[in-house]
Design a protein around this ligand. Structure first.
Ligand code: GLV
Ligand code: GLV
Length: 326
């Protein structure tokens, strides 16, 4: 009998067809995302789950699935998965780093430029018919913040942070970087987090969300940021204290923000960040290009195929499960 695998969403890419041949694939047909209750029901008896970052793979679910042998997430971030619960059972977790690096760095830079130069606000202004003879080009009209020559602080010097640094070099920025375990990156001056907060005109977040990074930018650290600075977050909402960020923007201590990720997604319309001035928002679209999403899906499938064949998952988020000889 073929092993049963749950696929929580239809996938782009070419390789999902291989998975259909290799296992009995239960695919949630939609519309929309798979509700948690149905996830638990459908996963019963499954050897593997191929999921999205919108699916919560928590301890209760893992405990309820004695046959579970692997999880493959079509995402680089795995904060939606209780990795400890998987580790305790020696269950490997696949993810999709690499292919989304340049795409996500582009999103960070798009938000950085849009926030600095008020692109979204300007677009709305023109469409609303507010661009009139009385309200047009003048020395102060729609002035923003210069990107060229400014200092960019990158928090997290993994692949995405490094790709943002390469873009910043092209814009003539001075680039500072901080990483939990110090890392040498060409073109990036390594500094302490305190220095980075105090000196950066722009700050871009590129760390994974975990115990150590939850609320990393809390009220105290936001208060340390340079007056008028611009914060860009394409990583995870939970890294930033949203209420403190909104307050800093409302009080004019920070200049602007470009935010692709929120503590709770979809974001509630009464989230204070949506009412703060100079905030450009997006609905978690960091890796959203057709090509990158297809590549992510293909990697997620390859991870699942490896697990089904009893091979180590090529892109494994918890490789320690293989190290213990199990
Ligand atoms: C996107 O946020 C991802 O983790 O892939
Ligand atoms: C801008 O359009 C300028 O001519 O200064």
């Amino acid at each position: 009998m073929k092993p049963r695998v749950l696929l929580t969403h239809q996938l782009p890419g070419e390789r999902v067809a291989l998975l259909e041949q290799r296992c009995e694939l239960l695919t949630w047909p939609g519309p929309g995302l798979l509700p948690a209750v149905q996830l638990a029901q459908l996963a019963a008896g499954c050897e593997g789950i191929l999921c999205l970052l919108t699916d919560r793979i928590d301890r209760a679910l893992v405990d309820a699935l004695p046959q579970l042998a692997f999880v493959s997430s079509m995402s680089v971030g795995v904060d939606h998965v209780d990795v400890e619960a998987l580790n305790a059972r020696g269950i490997p977790l696949g993810h999709t780093p690499g292919v989304l690096v340049e795409t996500t760095a582009d999103t960070a830079f798009a938000l950085l430029l849009a926030a600095a130069r008020r692109v979204v606000e300007a677009d709305a202004f023109v469409r609303a018919g507010k661009w009139t003879e009385d309200n047009r080009w003048s020395p102060e009209f729609f002035t923003g913040i210069d990107v060229g020559g400014a200092t960019l602080g990158i928090v997290g010097l993994g692949a995405i942070g490094q790709a943002v640094a390469r873009r910043a070099a092209g814009f003539g920025m001075r680039v500072l970087g901080w990483n939990r375990t110090p890392r040498e990156v060409p073109g990036v001056t390594p500094v302490s987090l305190d220095t980075l907060l105090g000196e950066s005109d722009f700050l871009s977040l590129h760390v994974a969300l975990c115990e150590d990074t939850r609320d990393l930018l809390d009220a105290a650290r936001i208060a340390q940021m340079k007056p008028g600075a611009v914060l860009v977050n394409t990583a995870r909402g939970g890294i930033v204290n949203e209420a403190a960020l909104a307050a800093a923007l409302v009080e004019g201590r920070l200049g602007a923000a470009g935010i692709d990720v929120f503590e709770r997604e979809p974001v509630a319309v009464d989230n204070p960040l949506l009412r703060a001035p100079n905030v450009v928002v997006a609905p978690h679209i960091g890796s959203a290009t057709r090509l990158t999403r297809a590549r992510m899906a293909d990697i997620a499938v390859d991870n699942a195929l490896a697990a089904l064949d009893g091979r180590p998952i090529p892109h494994c988020a918890n490789p320690q499960v293989y190290a213990r000889g199990g």
